[in-house]
Each structure stands twice: as structure tokens, then as C-alpha cells.
Design a protein around this ligand. Sequence first.
Ligand code: FAD
Length: 386
Amino acid sequence: MLFDPFDFIIVGAGLSGGVVARELAETGKKVLIIERRNHIAGNMFDYHDERGFLVQKYGPHTFHTKDESLYEYMKKYGEWEPYKLKCGASWGGKYSPTPFNFQTIDTFYPEKEAKILKSELLSEFPNREFVTVVELLEAKSSNVRNYASFLFKEDYAPYTSKQWGVSPETIDVSILKRVPVRLSYKEGYFDDPYEVMPKDSFTTFFENLLNHPNIEVRLGTDALELLTLGTDRFLFDGKEIKQHVVYTGALDTLFEYCYGELPYRSLKFEWFYEDIESKQPVAVLAYPQEKGFTRVTEYKKLPYQNIRGTVYAVEYPLAASYKNKLEPYYPVLTAESRALYEEYSKLFAKFKNVSKCGRLADFRYYNMDQTLANALSLVKRLKDTL
Ligand code: FAD
């Protein structure tokens, strides 16, 4: 039978599935990965387009972490180069770096007011590189509070409303609890000690990760067309399989939406090439007030590529839909959706020969370092039972 040579079946060739597969293969286990898409690397998939630009099919990714051991893990399967992601926002014909910093104030305020505002910020929040917008909204100084309201009204509210498909009036400032504003002229999106891009590509990293005699990858195959669910086990051809399954897909799909669809936002990209040196000042530029789209990623700058012209993708958020083949990207986390996920999770827990792992199966937004850490901790649990 198809699965006989294997000890484990992994559904999904993204970072979660790839790492679990490699770690199990290293212990001598034979692993089959089944991937629905026609490529490995999940949402981290990148490729060279017809002009030679390295572009990322599912949106801009950089690897960043505070955890040295996770970076060391990534280094085992790829070469990496330091890369500081720079982002910005543009509205009313003006540009500011994001997270907003003192340059934002200089750009949007007259000189005298800008000077007062910067000095009030520094005296109210001494020795702080970052504050949150919510802190600014609760500041003693009315100038500081007005600055926060300005950012909220012009940028965060309209951007968030497009991102999540809700009206700007319904956006509560509490969602900005963790959104940082810089109290200096410093730029850069993350302050993690390890922030890198692959020297070759993310896909090359995956090729190395999966290059092991104990791993076989089957692309373009929906695992759920091969495997079915019995009462408490996965079945193939109506018979129980002896292999353990690691499932990195979505739980609602697995259970045929028996409780309803888990809500996700999806993204559509429109791709452009222009014969110009540069499209925008930074790799990722947000347009909070433009209709429909949220941001533009210029891949020539992610990482910098010395090729004639430039290529960029305009990003349109919209509701995910299995029917319309709109991939799930960002889980819409509400009390209701969490409760729905819990129902699926309880159902999943009844199954004996399967574990779940990854951003889809956990219905969480994970950065790559969190995805990696979760995959490694699942491997540890699986190894304990071997
Ligand atoms: P995925 O990459 O989604 O892999 C799951 C795989 O399972 C998919 O390939 C899917 O096709 C397959 N699959 C599902 N169901 C089935 C089935 N039934 N049969 C067969 N195959 C199946 N993180 C960062 O650290 N830095 C960033 O800059 C960053 N940018 C991001 C930008 C965007 C737009 C998005 C959406 C995410 C970003 N992330 C970033 C997060 C990062 O993409 C994830 O952490 C990581 O890709 C998750 O890996 P995964 O394996 O869990 O999921």
C-alpha cells in the first residue's frame, strides 16, 4: 500500500511540516510529506520571475527572532545575511517611516509645533525607545494625546479597517495595545538581534531542509483526498493506517466544516514591472487611505537586487473563501471564532494517530520563529513517545 514504507505522514510542506519531517528523519524514521500546492515552502515560497527578480508569492517575509537557538537552527539549512526591514506609510502625498518616529512629526507638523511635541514626548516617557499608541492616547500632555489621535485617525483606523474588512468607526484603540511608536529618529521595523534574509532564497532553505534519504515529498496532492477520518483514526481505503499523521492544515477543512468555517482574511496580489530604478523609498509601503489596497511590496529591495527596472506587488485584503480558492492568511480572532476553534480542537483530540501543528492547525498568527519553536516542541513530544 502507498503508505507502507513510511512511519510518519505529514500533511503540508510549509515550515511546520518541513521541520517536523527533518527532525523525525534524523532519528531514522521514514517520512512522507503530502502537499496540496505544487511547490514546497508553504507561505514562505519564493522564486525568480522571468526577469530574474527573487519574489515571494504569498507576501513579504523576513526572518527575525530574539532567540539565538532558533536562528542557529535556520543556519543549519541555509546561509543568511543581515537584513533590516524598512517600512513606511504614505498619505496626502507625504511619506513617513513606520513604526512612526520623529521624522513623522517633522513631516506632518509645522517646525515649531514639532519641536514642542518631541520635547514633551521625551519628558513624559524618559529613556524609552518605544511607546504604544494607547500609552500616547493616555498621556498627560494634550499635544501628545492629539498626536496619537492624529495617527489613529489618519493611519491605524483606515488601515485596520481595510485589513480586517470592518468599518473604521468600529475599530477600537485597544487593538493598538502593542503597536509601537518610536521616540527617536531611528528606523527599522523590528528590534530583534537576529534579522536576516536568505542568501539564496527561502525555497533553497526548504530544499536543503527536506533533502534527506528518509523524506519523500508528494506535491500537488490534497492529503484529504487520500486519507479519510474514521471514528478515532485516519483511514486509507477504509482501513486504519499504522502511521502517525502530523497535520498542518486547517481543522475546519479536516472536519468538512461540520461546525462552520473558521474566519480568515486572505490577500490578492497584483504584480507590476516598471522600467525605473526605484518605485518607493522602502521595501514595504503602506497606503492607509487608498481605496482597496493596503500596501505595496517592492521586491527589488527585499533583499536589494541589482537588476534593471523594478517589480512590485500591490496587496488587497479580502475574506478568505475555500469555494473561491482564496487562501487563508490571517485568522480573524474574536471570542466567537476562538470558541468555534475550541470545538474543532475538542473533536481533534478524540483522534489517536494524529498530531496538529502550525499556523493553520492552531488557528494562530505565528511568525516564522514561533512556527519553528512550535514544530520543534511537537517533535520533542513525538520523540518521547517513540
Ligand atoms: P504554511 O506555510 O501555511 O504551510 C502549511 C502547508 O500545508 C501549506 O503549504 C498548505 O498548502 C498545506 N496543506 C494544508 N492543507 C493540506 C492538505 N489537506 N493536503 C496537503 N497539504 C495541505 N513570519 C515572519 O517571521 N516574518 C515575516 O516577515 C512574515 N511575513 C508574513 C507575511 C504574510 C503575508 C503572511 C501571511 C505570513 C507572514 N509570516 C511571517 C508568517 C509565516 O508565513 C508563517 O509563520 C509560516 O509560513 C507558517 O508555516 P506553516 O507550515 O505553519 O504554514
